[in-house]
Design a protein. Sequence first.
Length: 115
Amino acid sequence: MRLFIFLFCLLSSIASAYSAESREAFAARLQKHVDAVRYDPIVRQSAGRLDAKLIKVAFAVGADGKIQRVKIVSSPMSRELNVYIVRAFERLDPIKNVPASIPLSFQVSLSIGGK
């Protein structure tokens, strides 16, 4: 009987470790993932400016974790640089372990430029 209680406790602790990721935790992980756009070589070269500018980008995350339907919501940057930013988002590696319960549309703010 004690063995069954021990196994039950062990399995319940393992199951809680694999429980669904919260929306906030996924959003933080996603923000960190897309922050890599700031370091894309073309974006860095095109945004080679001393003052950082804040842009807002909306996108969807597919079930496979691929970022798609990227759209610049607001940006003080040139139209050409906005195209480079969209392409950099589309070139990002898929984000791993996308929870099924998470909405797939997001909007993030990124600081582009600055030293």
